[in-house]
Structures are given as C-alpha cells and as structure tokens.
Write a protein that binds this ligand. Sequence first.
Ligand code: LMR
Length: 328
Amino acid sequence: AASALAITMFAAPAFADPAGCDDGEMVIKFSHVVAEKGHPKGEAAKQFGERVNQEMEGTACMEVYPNTTLYDDDKVMEALLLGDVQIAAPSLSKFEAYTLKYRVFDLPFLFASLDTVNAFTQSDTGKSLLTVMEDEGYTGLGYWLSGLKQFSASKPLLLPSDANGLKFRIQTSDVANAMINAIGGSAQKLAFSEVYGALQTGVVDGQENSWCNIYTQKFFEVQDGVTETNHQTLAYLLVTSTEWLEGLDPAVREQFLKIADDVTQAANADVANKEAACRQNILDAGGTIRELTPEQRTEWVSTMKPVWAEFEGDIGKDVIDAAVASGS
Ligand code: LMR
C-alpha cells in the first residue's frame, strides 16, 4: 500500500489539470519538452494557454504540459493523431519520419541570424511548408523560433578538429548526423530529457543547442564550456492534427487560429532578447563561453557546409535557394 501511495503521489502532479478546465469546455492539450520559464517556447506556450483560457472561456480551455511531463517529441506526434493531445511544437529537426523538406532548417551555416530565419518562414516557400505534412495528418499553424545553436563539450572546442573522436548528442536528424561526422565526431540520437544525464555520466561528450536550452537545462554545468558557433538554427513547428483542426466549429477555429497567430508573432519578436538573456545567465552562473576568431569560424564553415550537397535532393534546390535568398 505504501508503494502504491508513493506512485500515486508521484504521478499525480504531471497529469493534474493545470488549467482547471470547466465542464463543457473543449480541452486543448499542448505538450512540449522545454522549461516553462525563461525559454522562448516555454513562455510562448504559457501565453498561448492564458490567452485561450481568457478569451475562449466557456468554449475551450488549454492545458499546457511543459518539460516532457506528458510526452517526448516522438510520442507526441502519435498522440496528436490519436487525439490524446491537440498541440505540440517539436523542433523542425524531428519530422524526418513525415517529411524531408524541413531538413532545410538544419543545413549548417544557412541562416546567419534569427532575422533571416524569420524572413524565410514568412516567405511564400516558408509558408507553403506549413502544409507539407497534411497527407500524414498534420497541419503546421506557424513557426516558433528558438535560437541559433552552439556546441558544448567536455573539452575546449575552437576548431572543428577539436571534435575528433568525441561523441555528440543530436536530435533525430540525419543532417545533424552528417554534420557531426564532418567534424570527426560520432553522433547519438537521444530524447531531450535524456541529454543532461548523458552529459553528466559521459555517455556523450558534447551536444549542440540554443542558449536557452543550454541555460535552462543546466547543460553548461556538466560541460567544459560552450563555443559560440551559431552553426544552425533551432526552430519549432506549432503543429496540430489536420482532422482535429478541420473538425472545429468555423467560428471557434477562427478565434483559435487568431490567438495562435498573435502569440506566434509576439514570441518571435522577443526571441533574440530571451536568447541574449540566457547567454548572459550562463556567464553570470560561472559558465564558460568561447568566441571564435574569424579564421576559426571559417574553418567550421568550410568543414560543415559541404553536407548540404547530401540533402539537396530531399529538400529540393528551389527550397534551399529560397532559404538562402532570405538571408541576403
Ligand atoms: C532538443 O531536442 O534539443 C530540442 O529540440 C529541444 C527543444 O524543444 O528545444
């Protein structure tokens, strides 16, 4: 009885109704994997929930589950189709089972800044990619930017050759795998919730992520340092089940999509500030950040950029050209 009680007490908070939905309200569950506070996605999801709960009171109610308390990013895709969850926002690196087009977002050194990522997502090509998975049952509602990615490792990384022989955790992305191979490392795909433990125990030697993930997950505490490579973008697809979306009453759908759009725009307008704050927080907490000289950076670019050629066929040259044009 004692252990049954312990299990109940442990399990209850994760599955409690965080929004206090009323009887008769349609419950919209939003599951994600990052921290609730101080993270672009965590804060945007919270704001989305608050807006739905205020403005759709009596009609709909959103429950937001952060920090992998409900599903990891693989399981959440199945849960969307099963109707166990209605909204998710996995990284664009995690859709390879459904489309290869999103590999464009992973090409190293394609986007020089968050502004260029934003410009691409607003372009005709970027918008057309929102609906590219409808045959699989998913509709993208928008893109949430998270940051540019930085490498961290158990030893200083200043040149790509410093990564020789190191094992890096990657997301479920073959582009990331090719990129790590190009710098002489080996890659291991792991769920986000497993990264801290894998770094701490030495199962992997390094990882790549945004400033806010490195800060809020405390990765910097179990790494020698972080190198400011800005080598890739981290961005999310705000995604739902096409069937669920189409099944909504038109007026409800319109109101819901308007809120989603407002929240998306507000979040993307503030993402660079949040990332700068997370970078500073790492320094304030005693973490090490290494900046690259222009010569060192050139080495990273010339070592990693050749992987583009491997993925051009999957992505389409037209899509890559449109992304490159957004940066110029
Ligand atoms: C990761 O797995 O590293 C990221 O996709 C996590 C996230 O959602 O930012």
